[in-house]
Design a protein around this ligand. Sequence first.
Ligand code: ZN
Length: 144
Amino acid sequence: MSPDLIRYKFIEKFGRVEYKEFVLSLYEAFPLRDRLFFWQEQLIEKIFNDLNIPQPTIGEVYSVFNYCPIHDVKLNADIVPIIDGNKLGWALSYREKKKHFPMANVNAPRDLDRFKYPENVEILYCSICREQRLLNMPFPDTIK
Ligand SMILES: [Zn+2]
């Protein structure tokens, strides 16, 4: 069965809001998680049962839902710098960012005060989210 049809059935059954929540949570962690949360598993189980097809592996879930839930374009891979999440300019941008370009992923904020990380990490991003981010927020995420 085509990934397009599976995504369509997901939206038809659970609605756009749930779909957006599901996809954003699926791709919020980098590196990608190697298993689903229980609530994600339940949604997947229902959809695949409805479609009468075998339950997918986690890799198959990622390849089916590999689209920006806002702009509906396929996600691309990139390598981005890990930045200090404790210095983010949250107040100004966080809500707008999550609403309009949640998958820009131009960097990966982490808690650098408490943990050590490599300099870069591979992420997935949406090209339209990145365009929107540039138009709406042409300044860096971090405050000095
Ligand atoms: Zn997007």
